[in-house]
Ligand binder design. Structure first.
Ligand SMILES: Cc1ncc(COP(=O)(O)O)c(C=O)c1O
Length: 482
């Protein structure tokens, strides 16, 4: 392990990087907690390397400051006559306005419903589109579960398949649009949370609209990294993936889509008048926001949008392109690593999902965390159909995994490792991952054995060093679930 420490420490020191924002040597967004260090298994303290931005980004310092500044005037939204309520209402409505602007929908025909996250937004919309059981929703096998499962509750689904590189073409989507019965809705991701692949959204929207099909864009991964495209009719995304904690997400769509019919949530704030046997719903967006709104979440979301606006898309793209190239080319060049999805030459987000020959994905993730202080994710990333295809698991493999999971044994659940970067990430973080992986793959033995938890499938060092594992700690939620 002596060499391992030396090598990783050399690439770990983000302060040693020369100051130039264009090559991603410094973060573009300052993260709360960037200074957090942890004691690794070798008892060496290292800076935490956060390569799990596709799941949740750290909070930005600017967002935290905006929330701090707002908190003294925090109060109830919309329903209070007091001074603080008025300020809170104004802050909340300002966040809605910023969300509309961020999605390029500031013109007045659209509304932004503030909700918990993308999952809630898509469930909300699937209910609200008032689909009939025989209606067809065209979606793709690339989707996150949040853009697959809600549609199944209300309609039939048809899928655009992907190729072995995890992509599909506009023609593939057109074939799905032209199949009969004609779809009512196309539900599409703006960017894959697994491979970072960016489907050609503009062309796909044109094809759908030419056939009278409305497009729903899951922009959870796209909205923090690229301008939101103009084409989709509905857009959903989450604040916690764009440096804004506190749980606010957005559903953007035309006013007219929410003007009639029952809202998704029934309750206070969504009504004009209620009698015991009658309700007059109010107008959108309040009609869609029953219950006390999450004003702190909205303020955080608004501050994050403003910060991205200040940085600007050019700088964001340059920073993330540098990270994506370093990460994806670097992984692709390591013997024993298989990068899933399109090859590194294809433009993607700074996300890479990979497998390591002969090593369980959970063990790779555990070793990166406990020996090197690097946080990645492993498992199927809430996109099981996509992972199954990328990994090339056939029917037998699926059947075996299914019966094992039904028995409560997740040790052999298929999966991969994902590293994902953002504006808080630097090339030094990416290099730390590459160096650590090279060591792990080279056969460098772990300082202690690892044990696998049968219930979660996760690996833990068989040691109580650094508090990594406590036998009484309970299994918790497994990383591989989702
Ligand atoms: C592409 C995509 N869609 C939807 C979601 C769901 O987002 P949330 O968990 O914020 O609801 C995620 C989260 O990882 C995602 O990556």
């Amino acid at each position: 392990m002596a060499n391992a420490q030396l090598d990783t420490d050399a690439v770990h020191d983000r302060r040693a990087a020369p100051p130039s924002p264009d090559d991603a040597s410094r973060p573009l967004v300052e993260a709360v907690g960037a200074e957090v260090e942890l004691v690794c298994l070798d008892r060496v303290e290292r800076a935490y390397v956060d390569l799990d931005c596709a799941a949740s980004t750290p909070s930005s310092v600017a967002v935290a400051a905006a929330v701090d500044q707002f908190l003294p005037t925090y109060s109830s939204v919309h329903r209070g006559a007091g001074f603080k309520s008025r300020l809170s209402t104004a802050a909340y409505e300002n966040a809605r306005h910023l969300a509309l602007e961020h999605s390029g929908r500031g013109g007045g025909a659209d509304t932004a419903v503030i909700c918990r996250n993308t999952t809630e937004a898509l469930n909300h919309l699937a209910f609200r589109l008032r689909l009939e059981r025989d209606d067809v929703v065209l979606t793709t096998v690339v989707e996150h579960h949040a853009n697959l499962l809600p549609w199944a509750r209300y309609a039939r689904r048809r899928y655009v398949e992907c190729r072995t590189d995890g992509t599909f073409s506009v023609e593939d989507v057109v074939a799905g649009l032209d199949a009969r019965p004609a779809p009512k809705v196309l539900a599409l991701t703006g960017a894959s949370n697994v491979t970072g692949w960016l489907p050609p959204v503009d062309e796909i929207c044109d094809a759908a609209h030419a056939r009278g099909v409305r497009v729903v864009l899951d922009a959870a991964q796209l909205a923090p990294h690229r301008p939101v495209p103009a084409g989709p009719d509905f857009i959903a995304w989450s604040g916690h993936k764009m440096y804004a904690p506190f749980g606010a997400g957005v559903l953007v769509g035309p006013f007219s889509a929410f003007a009639d019919g029952e809202p998704f949530l029934a309750g206070g704030g969504a009504v004009e008048l209620v009698d015991l046997d009658e309700v007059l719903w109010t107008d959108p967006p309040e009609r869609e926001e029953a219950g006390s709104p999450n004003v702190i979440g909205a303020v955080a979301l608004g501050a994050a949008i403003e910060e991205l606006g200040t940085i600007g898309w050019d700088a964001i793209s340059r920073h993330e392109a540098a990270l994506a190239a370093r990460l994806r080319r670097g992984l692709d060049a390591i013997d024993g690593v298989r990068l899933l999805g399109p090859p590194p030459e294809v433009e993607t987000l700074a996300v890479a999902t990979f497998t390591v020959e002969g090593m369980h994905h959970g063990l790779v993730a555990a070793r990166l965390a406990t020996e090197f202080g690097i946080g990645v994710r492993h498992g199927c990333f809430c996109a099981h159909p996509y992972l199954i295809r990328l990994l090339g698991i056939g029917r037998d493999g699926i059947a075996t995994a299914r019966s094992q999971v039904l028995r409560g044994d997740r040790r052999h659940i298929p999966g991969a490792v994902r590293a994902s970067a953002g504006l808080t990430t630097t090339v030094a973080d990416v290099d730390a991952l590459l160096a650590a992986l090279r060591l792990v793959i080279s056969g460098s033995p772990p300082p202690v054995d690892y044990v696998q938890d049968e219930v979660t499938g996760d690996f833990f060092p068989a040691s109580d060093r650094s508090g990594w594992w406590s036998p009484e700690g309970g299994a918790g939620g497994g990383c591989a679930r989702g």
